[in-house]
Design a binder for this molecule. Structure first.
Ligand code: RAM
Length: 339
């Protein structure tokens, strides 16, 4: 009897174990044990840190290893040593967030020639096999203008506070922002200038000060970067002159922005879950290096707890995977999010 109970228990345990292993493709898969390099825009930006953490969770579930390496400023040159390190290590794959669409391609192509797969996430590069996009690029750009316009009452001057001037994701979103602004609904709104804070808090704050001085009639700031929006919010929140007078919105981390929502500096902003983005990229690079997918439109792959994803055609006619629609945060929901 006792023996029988143990057998049942052992069988149940085994079934549960197999189920878990199947759900996450499991560390026991025959192709496990690979090393993948994650090369974020920089190693200091909290958004990038959270995204890399998602990648690590995925690769740990798969029985693979993650190395995170990059520079401390948002330039392709600062990422170059990390690409070289991946080549030296004969990494199975590189997951990169591009500070520039092309500058690293000679090195990345060298890696590919030696059998290292390359995917981009967050911000695209031209020589990758697949791009893991946080949300549809056009939707992000257009919805940012819609949000800003609503908060500004569809009138007044505004500036954009971007990240690096060469960042692929920023420039793609800004392109669609400008297209959206051509609609008659926005005829009383004017984009005065685009500032670049390079995803550096001090430079983003300086840019905020500069735009407020240069444009005394400025009514709004649109910052499609988590570093830009949080730096601008910090400055505005301590200013008697500008707090609650300047409309600020963009893409921000709820964890960084909630205090500025509660003190009235910011009403609404948007983002996706950066940890899920990195997690999805981890599963994608592993599937690519296992040969489960080749990076062709129409292929599908399993991404652990996120479910099954399909490779689709991007606006640039190249293959990409889209994480999902962004969230909009306000005072009612901002405290609920962990990232
Ligand atoms: C910053 C970076 C990143 C971007 C987010 C929204 O952290 O510029 O590339 O996707 O903001």
């Amino acid at each position: 009897m006792q023996k029988h109970r143990w057998a049942v228990f052992a069988a149940a345990f085994l079934v549960a174990g197999v189920a878990v292993a199947a759900a996450f493709a499991g560390p026991n898969r025959s192709t496990a044990g690979k090393t993948f390099y994650f090369i974020p825009k920089d190693t200091l930006n909290p958004y990038e840190v959270i995204a890399d953490r998602g990648g690590k969770i995925a690769l740990t579930q798969l029985g693979d290893t993650q190395v995170v390496q990059s520079g401390t400023e948002d330039t392709a040159a600062a990422q170059q040593p990390a690409v070289q390190a991946a080549i030296q290590a004969r990494a199975a794959g590189i997951v990169i967030a591009g500070n520039d669409p092309d500058a690293l391609c000679p090195a990345l192509k060298q890696a590919q020639a030696a059998g290292t797969h390359v995917i981009a996430f967050d911000s695209d590069v031209s020589c990758r096999e697949l791009f893991i996009n946080q949300a549809d690029t056009e939707t992000i750009g257009r919805s940012q203008v819609k949000l800003l316009a609503k908060l500004m009452g569809y009138k007044g001057e505004f500036a954009i506070l971007s990240a690096a001037s060469t960042a692929t994701n920023q420039n793609a979103w800004i392109k669609y922002m400008k297209l959206e602004l051509k609609k008659p609904a926005y005829k009383n709104m004017k984009l005065v200038k685009i500032y670049y804070g390079n995803d550096n808090p001090a430079q983003s704050r300086q840019a905020t000060v500069a735009m407020l001085q240069a444009y005394p009639n400025l009514k709004g700031i649109e910052s499609p970067t988590t570093v830009g929006i949080s730096s601008a919010a910090q400055y505005l929140s301590t200013s008697k002159k500008y707090k609650k007078k300047i409309v600020l919105t963009g893409l921000g981390l709820p964890s960084q922005m909630k205090k500025y929502v509660h003190d009235g500096t910011v009403k609404q902003f948007a983002l996706w879950n950066p940890e899920d983005l990195g997690y999805l990229a981890g599963y994608a690079i592993s599937a690519l290096s296992d040969g489960t997918i080749k990076g062709k439109v129409g292929e599908t792959f399993k991404a652990g707890k996120l479910g099954t994803y399909k490779i689709v055609l991007g606006p640039d006619k190249r293959p990409q995977v889209i994480l999902g629609p962004p969230y909009v945060f306000d005072i009612k929901n901002v405290d609920k999010f962990k990232f």
